[in-house]
Design a protein around this ligand. Sequence first.
Ligand code: V4E
Length: 223
Amino acid sequence: KCFGMSVEVEQKFLFDSDTLKAIEDIGDCVGQKRFHDQYFDTPDFQLTLRDVWLRRRKRSWELKCPIDPVKGSAEPGREQSLCTRYKEITSLPEIYQRVKEVIKDAREDCDADVPPSDEDDSWLSKLKLCCFAEFATTRRSFTLKGEDGVKIDLDQADFGYHVGEIEVLVPEGGDIQSAQEKIRHTAQRLGLNQERRVEGKMTAYLKRYRPEQYAILLSAHVL
Ligand code: V4E
């Protein structure tokens, strides 16, 4: 039932020319690409208030959801780990189903609906979903020898924010703990000595362009 699902474990970091040199010294650049993201939510933030992120990138849909809604990062007072863990869903029928479950009142109206196809955007307006963030990113990706399955991305967003991430994609049922271990080890190899979580592109974007949504998500402990 849950095809197209994996868990993304990642740690973001700030980088400068020294970090870049460290990465180039011990890693291989495996490509550079540029992509354009659009994020969607209802006007009253029903998705993002639950830490659910609906995104279109290069015509493909993706939904990121907390791995464990009870013990997610949104829980107030909980010590934040440096790593984030999100379920990633990439199948549009699955995404549609999940979004309907999250959005209040949507179920009755849309339960009998057939899942949308890639060409059909009418489900967005039916669920009152609007684009709240839109930006392009240039990404350079690296792998490190001896660090299987670990990817390092250096992102430059077009609104003037740059951030790095160490990422491991775990297939459904895979070992999340060992992914976190690999990330910790990679962070050490890069000489990162981080104590706090680093802002992602979205947090920086909301702070700058959507201050109302930023404040609401901050006080709901989503960001
Ligand atoms: C999960 C999430 C958001 C959606 C964007 O996710 P992110 O991994 O930051 O973007 P990107 O472009 O690197 O996606 P990829 O190419 O890896 O699929 S926006 C906010 N969150 C939650 C969140 C958070 N609260 N804090 C941190 C440090 N990261 C994510």
